[in-house]
Design a protein around this ligand. Structure first.
Ligand SMILES: CC(C)(COP(=O)(O)OP(=O)(O)OC[C@H]1O[C@@H](n2cnc3c(N)ncnc32)[C@H](O)[C@@H]1OP(=O)(O)O)[C@@H](O)C(=O)NCCC(=O)NCCS
Length: 282
């Protein structure tokens, strides 16, 4: 009997993906969910039972069974789940929606690609990465290990994502940019310049909200003093919560002022153009 173990019960879409693939390809005799939260044990999602904690993997057969990491809320959590699962020495299943065109795309092992994800030619995706519904990975783009690309995000041509990068819903990364390892791009952001390692950026155009404290030498931030830790990275226990909140709200204020200035400068340019056009017509 072959079993697919889905690790993490917080991602019903992942369970649906596994069920849909199995309906067509009959890859496993059964699919079960594991979660380390005991209050979920015995429950079912889409008819698939949560049978126990990750330690059920001790009883799995490394020859016939496969495992998949369903955790994708942050890349830090994804990596931590990945490490736990790897300890059991089981093969990882690659779960790619059957409608995804993989021609000319390089997928390493343990990739998850959801419905309507679009991979352009010569894109490559390193192991343990996830690309959600409707996201676009442009031609020649490279996704590092353990990245998460949320629904609707657009990674334009030749963009490079380092290891553990998280791209929020509907974010857009302009062509040829490099997003440093463990960086986070906020939902709906438009990234117009490279992003430093461990930074959190957001907004249109995206600006640095948080710089990873382990990366203080990087001073390209548009928001000076932004040194709070990325939520995608392990927290520094010595930093007080109130201090973090204070830094974050100060940085956000700067970000909003910068955005207002940016919009205002566009408005002025536009007004100027209209004025010149009116004069020309007169
Ligand atoms: C950018 C992000 C990582 C910041 O997370 P965080 O550090 O926990 O930030 P918070 O939620 O505390 O928000 C801090 C402030 O930023 C604002 N903010 C959060 N995300 C924002 C975004 N994407 N764009 C603009 N402003 C944003 C919040 O409104 C809040 O403002 P306030 O302090 O005035 O109330 C997160 O908000 C985000 O966008 N995550 C991506 C989520 C996603 O796409 N999920 C996909 C699910 S499938």
């Amino acid at each position: 009997m072959t079993t697919l173990y889905l690790c993490g019960a917080g991602n019903p879409e992942g369970i649906r993906l596994a069920l849909t693939i199995n309906q067509v390809q009959s890859r496993w005799d059964r699919i079960i969910i594991l979660d380390d939260d005991p209050s979920k044990h015995g429950q079912s999602i889409l008819g698939v039972e949560i049978v126990g904690s990750f330690n059920v993997l001790e009883r799995a057969d490394p020859v016939s069974d496969e495992v998949s990491n369903m955790v994708a809320r942050t890349t830090r959590r994804r990596q931590s789940a990945l490490r736990k699962i790897q300890a059991y020495g089981l093969p990882f299943a690659t779960l790619i929606d059957l409608g995804v065109d993989a021609t000319g795309v390089t997928f390493e092992r343990d990739i998850t690609a959801y419905r309507n994800a679009l991979f352009c030619a010569n894109a490559s995706v390193d192991e343990a990465s996830v690309v959600f519904m409707g996201a676009i990975v442009g031609h020649g783009s490279r996704l590092g290990r353990c990245c998460v690309v949320a629904p609707g995000a657009v990674i334009n041509a030749r963009v490079e994502l380092g290891e553990g990068v998280y791209i929020g819903t509907n974010a857009s990364i302009l062509p040829d940019l490099k997003i440093g390892p463990w960086a986070t791009v906020g939902a709906n952001s438009a990234v117009v310049q490279d992003v430093p390692t461990g930074a959190t950026v957001m907004g249109v155009p995206a600006q640095v909200l948080i710089l990873d404290s382990s990366n203080r030498s990087v001073e390209s931030s548009n928001a000076p003093g932004a040194e709070q830790q990325n939520p995608n990275r392990p927290c520094d226990p010595t930093t007080l919560e109130s201090e973090q909140t204070e830094i974050k709200s100060r940085t956000l204020k700067q970000l909003r002022l910068a955005q207002e200035k940016y919009i205002e400068s566009y408005r002025l340019t536009n007004d100027d153009l209209i004025h010149r056009e009116e004069k020309r017509i007169d």
